[in-house]
Design a protein around this ligand. Sequence first.
Ligand SMILES: Cc1ncc(COP(=O)(O)O)c(C=O)c1O
Length: 372
Amino acid sequence: MNRRNWLVNTGALVAGQVLSSYQLWPSVPFRRGREVRLQSNENPYGPSPVARKAMTEAFEEGNLYTALPTEDFRSLMAKSLGVTPEHIAVGAGSGEILKVAPLLCGREKAEIVAAHPTFELLVDYARNIGATIHQVPLDADMKHDLAEMDRRVDGTTTLVYVCNPNNPTGTLVKSEALQSFCEEVSRRALVFVDEAYHEYVEDPDYRSMVPLVQKGFNVIVSRTASKIHGLAGMRVGFGIGQPDTIRKLQRLMTGSVNVVGLRAALASYQDRDFQDSCRKRCSEGKKSLYQLFDTYTLSYVKSEANFVFFRSGQSIENFRPAMREKGVLVARPFPPYGDWCRVSIGTDDEMKQFSAAVSEILELSGKHGKAH
Ligand SMILES: Cc1ncc(COP(=O)(O)O)c(C=O)c1O
């Protein structure tokens, strides 16, 4: 096979063509199967054309271990976040950082304070290795109840987990309040702030907690290439923390990131246009959803992420299979919110299919008339 045929077959030329017509959004349904995937907060537009090109080129490096691209990625992130590469650990998704963090203080000794409901990965993994978990219900606005979480942190607490924006609610905690909370609580325990949806946030008052790491606080912040960068399948994420904590974390980690994912992430984090376009599309998708929910007088939480939590008014145990029958996958139940549902923002076509399915189910149940 000559090089041109090889490039065509591997997609390199296709990626180049997409790149030259940047505004044409890649069509993805071929890889998404027949069901509309609105259950995992993936980015339906990714990977970006720039990342696709980088991935194709990375095949050439497939025979090499990844020390160099890992260092390139740590340096890039360090520079953009105002820390040193020693402040950064790269993982197979931020999930790897989330799972390993509770181990920093030993297995059975780990005592964790976290909101409920929140993203479960850290809490579930910690529970499975023998940690004790203290769950603090969200407040009436479905936000972290920082005052109560603070009260629950005592001499035995080893880690406090804050997901901001929170999954599944899409809510933010006020930046000033979170900053004071982190500053104060991190004197007593390691504070882990999960910023997986950082790039989707539009609230002008939002602040990342990375500056606390710069100032030397006992805080780890995690970020991921899985969300706005559309690289969930590539498994690249990272944690930003104090160098001695990061060193300990790295000693506990068992995997390493593959070169295709690293090269994709390196390219994607520098591709601001792609991130801006995805944020804008997601924002428009959320506005249309809010209109749909207003039409059916359904409650919902305004979201700062790429998903929305809404009250279908039907048990999620029934609503979810009913949606699946109509070809739309939505997220798992999030107790105690038994009649609420989390839906990810997909493409326009996918959201149309979601709206049609919701309308049919609601009108069939006869409980929700359209508001006039
Ligand atoms: C809040 C939050 N953190 C972390 C993750 C894990 O992402 P990844 O392991 O792909 O980086 C997710 C995935 O859905 C998430 O919602």
